[in-house]
Every structure is written in structure tokens, then in C-alpha cells.
Write a protein that binds this ligand. Structure first.
Ligand SMILES: [Ca+2]
Length: 302
């Protein structure tokens, strides 16, 4: 495979080193309001247990200003994911953030959900109170398009699920591509998958959407499986988290306890922090080392 280094191909970076779970824990415990200079993000998500951790991390990181949450199916159905997103935003007392319904299925593939990993309700079987927040009436990809045009060169897209909504936004309005500040996504792998030997779940669930997003030509940082696998959340950190209490804290504690028990059944020493790692990179890009890689305009020309 030939790797080109032209200017338009230089934006695709991959993360190769882990971040500290201690820092993730510290950020999870931070509850400051967004600062005015905070990075504007659109959080595209399929909640989902690690999506829940990532969302709470984003909402409670003063470095980030969550402008919208768009929901995509993947870990759970679109309807369940939307309900979960609304309940979590309500728990965080952030009904000011638009939560929009997105795609209902992958572009071409059959939807494959993963309740076995995320619990029957997608949130570790934790029943959050009914949401006091209302769903935004707009279609998720339209929210992305509108917000990017409203704040050109300022919006960071932060997808932590299949890339269906992002791809739909690009297909509907390609003019957003040069107006997006950057894309930081959780997905992909360079050393082996978690669905099969090669594929990571977010990419596997909608590979056509992933191709559109990876080839769009915008600056893109892929926070792949390797990063989350090195950012292991262990019982030691859970014990630390359990020493403080609050609605969000207790919810996060229960999700992490569920994930640690699940990881334990596979003999793993801790639970990988996949989606939270992408948020952490958005908070502080120096947490990881990245390697510039070629971004192919066409798979046949790579
Ligand atoms: Ca996810």
C-alpha cells in the first residue's frame, strides 16, 4: 500500500499511547461549569455504558462546551440510546443542551446491538429517573450542519459510536468539512479488533459511514482500541471514586462497577476506557502521542 503525504492527506492522525486512568478519574470528579473559552463540541453517541462515562466526563470538563448531543444506534437501538441520553442530560441538570434523534439504522448494514455488554437497558441495568429534558425536534445530522455553520472553524465533532450521523451530515452538506475545526473519534484499531480479528465495533457497525468520515478530508484524530485498552480502570480507582457521593458520582460508580465485573468474567485486570479516552483527548491532546498517517481519498489509490 502506498502512503501519500500530500497536504490534504496530512490530517489523519492516530493515537498510539495511553492516557492515565488517574487523570480520567480526576476529570470525572470535576464538576465546574464550561468556561467561555472552552472547546465547542458536538457529542455523537450511542449510550451505552462507556458512552455514559464519556458523556459525564464531557459535561463536567470545563475545557469542553457541549453544544449538542446527537444519538446514533449501535450499542443499543436508536430509541433506547435517545432515552438514555435524555435521562443522563437530565441527571446532569443540563436540559439547555439540545439532544437530537439521529439515524435509526446504519447506512447499509443491519443494525447489531450489544446489550450483552451494556446491560438490557444499555446503561448497566441502572434505572435513572425519567428525564425532565425534552428531545430536540431536529434531525441529528441537521443539528450538526446548523451548528457548524453557526460557528465556523470552532466546532469539534466528537463521535463515540458508529459514524452514521456524521456521514449523513457530510453527504447532505459537504461544505461543513472545511468549517469543522477537527474530528476526534473513538473507533478503529491498528492491531486487531473487538468484533472480529480485524474490526472494531463502531467501524464494523457502519463501515460505509466510516469510509465517508475518514475520507472527508478534515483533521481527524482516531482514538482507537489500543488507547482504551491501555487506559484500564481498575478496582483501585473504583474504591477512590466510591469515597465521594453525588447523583452523577454514584451513577458513574455503578456503571464502572458493572464494567469491572464484566471485565472480571474475562479475567481482565480492569475495564478499558474507550469512549472516555476520546473525550480526554479533546480535553487535553497532550495526553496521547499521535502519529500522522496518510488519509486516502480512495481505497483503490492507497
Ligand atoms: Ca460508544
Amino acid at each position: 500500500m502506498r502512503i501519500s503525504q500530500s497536504a490534504t492527506l496530512a490530517g489523519f492522525r492516530r493515537s498510539v499511547f495511553s492516557l492515565s486512568p488517574v487523570l480520567v478519574l480526576a476529570l470525572l470528579a470535576s464538576f465546574s461549569a464550561p468556561a467561555s473559552a472552552a472547546k465547542k463540541i458536538i457529542f455523537d453517541t450511542n449510550p451505552g455504558t462507556d458512552d455514559a462515562l464519556a458523556l459525564m466526563l464531557a459535561l463536567n470538563s470545563p475545557e469542553l462546551d457541549v453544544r449538542a448531543i446527537t444519538v446514533v444506534p449501535g450499542n443499543v437501538t436508536a430509541a433506547m440510546g435517545l432515552e438514555n441520553a435524555l435521562r443522563m442530560v437530565s441527571l446532569a441538570n443540563r436540559c439547555d443542551i439540545p439532544v437530537a434523534r439521529g439515524a435509526q439504522h446504519p447506512l447499509f448494514q443491519k443494525l447489531i446491538t450489544a446489550e450483552f455488554w451494556h446491560g438490557k437497558n444499555g446503561l448497566a441495568d441502572i434505572e435513572l429517573p425519567a428525564s425532565k429534558c425534552k428531545v430536540d425536534s431536529r434531525f441529528g445530522p441537521d443539528v450538526i450542519i446548523q451548528l457548524v455553520h453557526a460557528s465556523p472553524h470552532e466546532i469539534t465533532l466528537l463521535p463515540v459510536g458508529p459514524l452514521t450521523n456524521i456521514a449523513l451530515a457530510v453527504e447532505k452538506d459537504p461544505s461543513i468539512v472545511p468549517l469543522v475545526k477537527e474530528v476526534i473519534l473513538m473507533g478503529g484499531s491498528i492491531s486487531g479488533g473487538n468484533v472480529n480479528a480485524a474490526a472494531e465495533a463502531n467501524i464494523y457497525n457502519d463501515p460505509e459511514a466510516a469510509q465517508i468520515v475518514f475520507q472527508a478530508g478534515w483533521p481527524l484524530t482516531m482514538v482507537g482500541l489500543e488507547v482504551g485498552d491501555q487506559a484500564l480502570f481498575t478496582h483501585k480507582y473504583l474504591d477512590q471514586l466510591g469515597q465521594t457521593h453525588g447523583q452523577i458520582n454514584d451513577f458513574i460508580y455503578s456503571v464502572l462497577k458493572f464494567l469491572l465485573n464484566l471485565s472480571g468474567t474475562f479475567g481482565a485486570p480492569g475495564s478499558p476506557m474507550y469512549d472516555p479516552s476520546a473525550v480526554a483527548v479533546a480535553v487535553d491532546s497532550t495526553l496521547v502521542k499521535v502519529q500522522e498517517m496518510a488519509q486516502c481519498k480512495s481505497l483503490r489509490r492507497c
